[in-house]
Design a protein around this ligand. Structure first.
Ligand code: AR6
Length: 234
């Protein structure tokens, strides 16, 4: 089964990027970034849909966490993804990132399905984050179901080898087997599962509107995610 394209074997499309000399660079194989490509993390807004976390507070935390990691790490890109142009979290984050003068080449928002960013939208992201559940199980809807579906059984197996559960505010990076369709077609080499704070009484470990705790857990979740991504990018 082929996807028709060769993910991440071409240079990352970047506006204003100096592409001089790129012709002489060797093209890489799938999932192996060549010299003029930049490690890119695509991540969903953790906890703001099924887990019902406040969007204003979440957008502040996203922008602060992004600013923190970009101060520490060079040569990476972070992309906040959501499914719709009408996404409120994308609008809030875009405005706050602009206010803080965050470099829009290193951090931007993007509309698309996180499991089809390369094949449908031409955006090459070698790492994607998942808004997981504490059992690290497929299903449950949202981005978790989409990622486990797109990656196939091998993500479930690889996840089980690394961790059985996740506590709120933490993350675990799973190298994707090269047989996974998400690797072969989209060029995704790692999925980082993240567990954010839950404000939904229908879900386990609900924080019952305690936003002091909730904000701390969400900050911890993003810093864990970004640190994990930074170590993959070394
Ligand atoms: N591509 C990009 N973004 C998406 C996609 C997708 N395919 N699907 C959803 N989003 P959610 P949570 C956005 O509910 O609030 C699951 O059942 C969505 O619009 O997936 O952290 C787990 O098993 C929103 O902006 O995650 C957990 O139990 C963001 O992704 C629980 O939900 C997160 O929405 C986690 O809830």
């Amino acid at each position: 089964e082929s996807c028709g394209k060769d993910p991440c074997s071409m240079e990352v499309e970047m506006e204003n990027e100096d592409k001089k000399g790129s012709d002489s660079l060797e093209k890489s194989s799938v999932g192996d970034l060549s010299l003029n490509e930049v490690h890119t993390l695509a991540f969903p807004s953790i906890s703001t849909a099924d887990f019902q976390f406040d969007l204003e507070k979440a957008s502040d935390i996203i922008v602060e966490s992004v600013a923190d990691i970009l101060r520490k790490v060079d040569n990476v890109r972070l992309v906040l993804v959501d499914l719709s142009h009408k996404s409120n979290i994308l609008s809030l984050v875009r405005a706050k990132a602009a206010e803080r003068n965050i470099d829009s080449k290193k951090f931007f928002t993007f509309v698309g399905d996180i499991t089809q960013l390369y094949t449908k939208r031409g955006l090459c992201c070698n790492v994607i984050a998942n808004a997981a559940n504490w059992r690290l199980k497929p299903g449950g809807g949202g981005v978790n179901a989409a990622i486990f579906n797109a990656a196939g059984k091998s993500l479930e197996t690889a996840t089980k080898e690394r961790a059985e559960t996740l506590s709120p505010g933490s993350s675990v990076a799973i190298p994707l087997p090269s047989t996974s369709p998400l690797y072969r077609c989209e060029g995704v080499t790692h999925v980082i599962h993240v567990l954010g704070p839950n404000m939904n009484p229908q879900r386990p470990n609900c924080l019952k509107n305690d936003y002091i705790k909730g904000c701390k857990v969400l900050r911890d979740a993003y810093s864990s995610l970004f640190e994990n991504f930074a170590s993959i990018s070394k």
